[in-house]
Design a binder for this molecule. Sequence first.
Ligand code: PRP
Ligand code: ZN
Length: 283
Amino acid sequence: MIRIAIQSKGRLNEESLALLRDAGVKIDDQKRKFLGRAANYPLEVLYLRDDDIPEVVADGSADIGIVGLNEVAEKGADVDIVRHLGFGGCRLSLAVPKDAGYNGLQWFNGKIIATSYPGVLKKFLSEQGIQASVRVIMGSVEIAPAAGIADAIFDIVSSGGTLVSNGLVEVESVLKSEAVLIANPSLSDEKRAILDSLLFRTDAVIDSRGKKYILMNIPSDKVDEVLQILPAMRSPTVMPLAAEGWCSLHSVVKEDELWDKVEKLKALGAEGILVLQLDKVIE
Ligand code: PRP
Ligand code: ZN
């Protein structure tokens, strides 16, 4: 049995559960309490505040966890970062009121900065030689300047919507973050084996995200040119069709390159192009 700590609510909760679900681990979310158990996998789920996850994994109360890199950096906890998970992207940034006359980092000298990330902030300020006071606030940091309790903030920015609606502008991005899978550095062999089998599954899920399966018919004399456009995992599958002079070609493309590639393939004479959902990619 291995125990994973995930966020009980907030930006990473849903996507953490979705990753486990897509990896075939059944967790009954309806009966979610503090601790849950997977129905078909040797996994226990511990639901926690994101801030608590790095330390709980470091002290072995949980074996692994899914949490933002921002929290790992802040806590400086002794954990292994096992995977970057490709969701929960955000950054830790300094932001100031939009009419503050910001003119560069030295603006922060003598100012009060509100944050829930004092560790990361103090390190950054000292590296930059800035003398500012750090005021720790554990929630609603974005209202601190309007409330007159700080001159600026240092907080998570994702869409930027929170800053805009509070009349703030992002002026320095200090740390890029995303969800990471962390592990206690001294797992038993048994737990390490469960983690490896879980990683085998989650890697396949993550690899499939943002990719599509594409198949089409192409004139045989265009195969080489088509292969330039569609480099697949190893190489695309090309099969001759019954109709002379035509092949069927199967490959995998990144979704954000899909339409561009489809246009080029059409121009080379590709026909009957099918684009299909990819569920898992096991390389
Ligand atoms: C963060 C941050 C902002 C908001 C920014 O809070 O404190 O309030 O997200 O996101 P935006 O740029 O998309 O508007 P979060 O929801 O992570 O909660 P927490 O800080 O209390 O854990
Ligand atoms: Zn939090």
